[in-house]
Design a protein around this ligand. Sequence first.
Ligand code: ATP
Ligand code: MG
Length: 367
Amino acid sequence: MHINEISLTNYRNYEKLHLNFDHKINVIIGENAQGKTNLMESIYVLAFTKSHRTARDKELIKWDEDYAKIEGSIVKRNRSFPLEVILSNKGKKAKFNHIEQKKLSNYIGAFNVVMFAPEDLNLVKGSPQERRRFIDMEIGQIQPIYVYHLGQFQKVLKQRNALLKDYQRKIEMDRTMLRVLTEQLIEHAAIIIEKRFQFLRLLRSWAKPIHQGISRDLEQLEIAYDVSVDVSEDMDLSKIVKVLEQQFQAIETREIERGSTLVGPHRDDLIFYVNEKEVQRYGSQGQQRTTALSLKLAEIELIHKEVGEYPVLLLDDVLSELDDHRQSHLLNTIQGKVQTFVSTTSVDGIEHETLKQAEMFYVQQGA
Ligand code: ATP
Ligand code: MG
């Protein structure tokens, strides 16, 4: 799939902007602080209705304005569809084919985007929260129902934690309410865990050979799901539910003492190993970068396999961070099949054939 055109109104430092894109490669060139990332980010927001770099939508609205609008036209299975995201102080609206989608889980997934930005290094060395965010976003764009379960899980988790605090302070003593919430929590938690297992199985099968290719057969990548409950990959949904029920029963008193939910998908993590050593702990900068790159390239293939079309790839400020070998590996992989956006501060160093055929966009102060 690809994006044909975009129109921005009051988005970050763009008051008004309309661009038509090349189906293959687009290079965004500009000095620092001109609006390169903002433009890439707007494409990402059009897909996910939220930014990759902030959870606060308000920051995306141009200063002193009260709304921001992103309109785009995407081509999927040879048909074009208009998309629209409007952000305002009153909340956000997302329209697919001119029709507002009340549930964002119905909107997300229509347009598939993979972003690779400097922050993605945090995927490997950052907090567990960032790795959870990564899998949640990725599964969500392949299986929109996941977004629904995740939202429900978070809602129940919040209620349950508030109730556990009340028990801790002895404000509330009747445990019936807690058990009702536990049951609801388990229902969504089990599905989330099952889908994460399935996703990781797929991610692993793509990422391992890719990593081997980038590292010229020197490195073996392994990905483990560090799950906070006693479940394993071979369990089906009903078995996962059973294990969760037993575990929540066993720790009920301890949860009340602590006043919070101690196990569940909100406590899980991913662990990456290169040649059997944890990359988070022992990996060099380059190994961390290669791991992040392998995951991103695997994601592209995975989306292609699950959705039937390649996603749009956004490479913000990352090409210059990769050595020549990794750069060409990346560009050779995507060549011709993935619509790609590359941002850079200068055209020096863009020697690769692929980039020479690109459509160039020069950005200066939001124009
Ligand atoms: P770099 O090469 O340093 O990464 P960039 O071209 O990617 O630069 P952007 O991150 O796109 O730069 O930011 C461009 C400008 O947008 C910055 O000067 C920033 O202050 C401004 N900006 C950010 N948010 C808003 C906003 N809500 N309203 C107006 N301007 C904003
Ligand atoms: Mg930038």
